[in-house]
Structure formats: C-alpha cells, structure tokens
Ligand binder design. Structure first.
Ligand code: GLY
Length: 392
C-alpha cells in the first residue's frame, strides 16, 4: 500500500512509557547474554532465534559492543562497562593485527566500540584503535572518482565501486578530524558522500545499492545491486542506510544540500511501507507478500529521522519525529523480543540477505535477529527516552 503522511499519522506512536518498558526488556536479555558474549561476539545473525559465539571477525561485531555501551549508559551498571572494555581490547588487537579488515566497514566496527568507549570513559587505547581504523579506512580513498572503495583490494578494477552502506562509515572519519584537528579525514568523507549521492539516488528517490566508477575517467559508470531484489529495485536496508547516513553527514558538515536529499530518500522509504509498517527486505514487495521482512531497516530509519529532526525547521522536525515514533511503536509491538527462551536477540524479523535472480546472495539470516538490528533498536529506544551523545 502507498503510505501518505495522513495514513502514517493515523498509527499509534511510541511514548516514553512504552519505550522504557521495551528498554527494560532488552536490558534483561542483554544481561543474560553477558556470560557468553564478553570474550566472544554474537554471530552476525541468529540461527533459529539464537546467536552463536564467534571471534572478532566480519563487519558486524561492533554492534554488540555498542549494545553493551548503551546498556551501560541506561543502567549505570559497571558489569556492562567491564564487558564492553574487554571488547575494546579485542578491537585494538584486531586493527593492530589487521584481522579481517580488507574492506571499508571500519565505522560500523570502530565507532560503536572504540569511539564510544573513548567518549564514555576517556580510554586512550580506544582512541588509538579508532584512529588506526580511520587511517585504514582513509587508505581506501580513491582520488580517481573521489570515493571510498567498499570491498576487495584497493585499485582492483573489478571492485572499483562504492556502496550506500558506506555512509555509516563516514562518521569515523569526521570524528578523526575532530579529535586530531587534521581536516583530511573530513574532506575525503565529504567528497565520498558527494560522489555517492550523485550516483546512487535515482529520479524516483529510490537508491542503488552499489555503483561502479570508471577507473580511467573517475566518472560514475553503472549501478548494480548486491543484496537487493533487482538492480533497479530499492533494497530496504540500503534505503535506510541512506536515511541515517545523510543525517550523520549533516550533523558533522551542516551542508544545506543534504536536507532535500534526506527528505527524498526518507519519503520514499516511508511511502513504501506496508500496512504494519515493518518493511519487507526489498520495496519490490508490499502488504500481503510472503517475502520476509527486514526489521533492521526500520530501526536504522528511526535513528536517522530522530537525528535529522534536530536540524530541521519546526514543521520538518515534527514530521520526522512523528514518523519515527510510529515506526518505533510498530517495531516494539511486532518485533521486540520479550522471551529469551525464544531468542537471545533483541529485535526479531530481520533479514541479512535473500537470494534473488539478480543478486549474488544466498539466503542468510532470513526472519532472524541480526546484531545491527539489535543495536539500532537499542539506539532508537535510547534516543526516544531523552538526549543522547551519539557514538557516531
Ligand atoms: N552493510 C552490509 C549490510 O547491510 O548487510
């Protein structure tokens, strides 16, 4: 169904009471997860509702450390801080020893673990690790085309592309500029978002997941999906990365041209939500489809709208906080886990990847929890309960 502002505003909104109860339930589950997930990390997605224990690998481990920091901030309980600290040490080792870091996801990994740890406790080791990660990410910047190469070896012609997800890695670079005084990090981050928005935003305000750049000329070449249903479709999580990514760059750069970009990407997302407001994994699917949902996309979008609302005029702020409250209510009601015998995750009904004819994915984490869904759900609850000094 096509949602309009009028239909959206007809849904119930999450008030502080509901968000507070959801937060209490989440914290109870996190506390029970602590014994296993202190020296180990949860796998990227759950399996039949339960995360397995893994080493500090893949792009997803920082989300759990971020969950621990949020639980620490909410409760003040030193047990959460101590567990997060163990994990910061693990991230220090990971970047020092260059373990599974040949990609751009340094922001997802290090903003939520080490930048958060530095901001909350002043730990110099956390700052050092985050700065090493920022340097590593900056090393993926390609002058020809002015973008951060997402995957593969830098300069590899078959991997000369950017992806929309990278917008969430940029805050690590903005933070590095702030903490060191070296403007280079912020400059390349600003160049990246300019290049990215030039290629990935389509005329109908949907987005490409990935976009190849011509290695010789530096000009945008063509867009393809990696995790969406079709090259020309809107992968729900990709659209959500766009929403929050633009808001985060606005927070740091205050470039007024980002406001209409944010509105276009967000309004597409909101107007394509199905009847219960939990997006299908790709906007090719709508109310009544048997395809799975991706609750994490809604959680990411809520955080993006609540961040951007801080910088909009009164009417704009009201629209997007209103929409965020409605999505958060739907997430709490339909996807918030309240039963640890069913799952050790926080947000049910996510989809990591879904096989389709035009993408290269196998089904993975379909109708499961995933660590980023859990993190953004916790961040959304935190934001809706009061002012929050973000880790990004
Ligand atoms: N950044 C990878 C994903 O969203 O699945």
């Amino acid at each position: 169904m096509a949602q309009t502002w009028e239909t959206l505003m007809g849904y119930p909104t999450a008030d502080k009471g509901l968000a507070g109860r959801a937060m209490e339930e989440a914290v109870r589950i996190i506390r029970e997860d602590l014994p296993v997930f202190t020296n180990h990390f949860p796998s990227s997605n759950s399996f039949d509702g339960f995360y397995k224990a893994t080493e500090n690998v893949e792009w997803t481990t920082g989300f759990w450390t971020g969950v621990l920091w949020l639980a620490y901030e909410y409760t003040g309980d030193a047990a959460f801080q101590a567990a997060a600290q163990v994990q910061v040490d693990s991230f220090y080792d990971r970047i020092r020893d260059q373990i599974d870091v040949n990609h751009h996801d340094m922001g997802f990994l290090f903003s939520l673990s080490c930048v958060a740890g530095y901001k909350l406790t002043g730990n110099p080791k956390a700052r050092e690790a985050a700065l090493k990660a920022a340097d590593h990410l900056a090393g993926r910047y390609r002058e020809k085309g002015e973008f951060l190469q997402a995957w593969g070896n830098t300069g590899d012609a078959s991997e000369y592309r950017l992806i929309i997800d990278c917008l969430l890695n940029l805050p690590l670079l903005y933070w590095a500029s702030e903490t060191t005084g070296d403007r280079h990090y912020a400059k390349i981050a600003g160049n990246h978002i300019r290049t990215a928005m030039k290629c990935i935003l389509r005329e109908d305000d949907s987005t490409y997941h990935t976009y190849f750049i011509d290695m010789e000329t530096g000009e945008p070449s063509f867009g393809v999906t990696h995790q969406g249903n079709r090259n020309g479709s809107a992968w729900a999580r990709g659209q959500a990365w766009g929403i929050y990514g633009i808001a985060l760059s606005y927070h740091y750069l205050k470039d007024p041209s980002y406001i209409p970009l944010f509105e276009r990407v967000t309004d597409f997302f909101l107007s394509h939500l199905p009847e219960d407001l939990i997006p299908y994994w790709d906007f090719d699917f709508d109310t009544g489809s048997k395809e799975p949902r991706d609750s994490s996309a809604a959680a990411i979008a809520v955080c993006g709208m609540l961040e951007m609302a801080k910088y909009l005029d009164e009417e704009g702020a009201k629209r997007y906080t209103g929409a965020a409250g409605r999505l958060l209510y739907a997430l709490i009601k339909h996807c918030g886990n309240r039963d640890r015998t069913r799952s050790n995750g926080l947000l049910l009904h996510g989809t990591y990847a879904r096989d389709s004819r035009e993408n290269t994915c196998r089904d993975r984490g379909v109708d499961e929890c995933n660590t980023w869904g859990d993190y953004f759900y916790m961040e959304a609850l935190t934001r809706s309960l009061g002012d929050w000094n973000m880790y990004w």
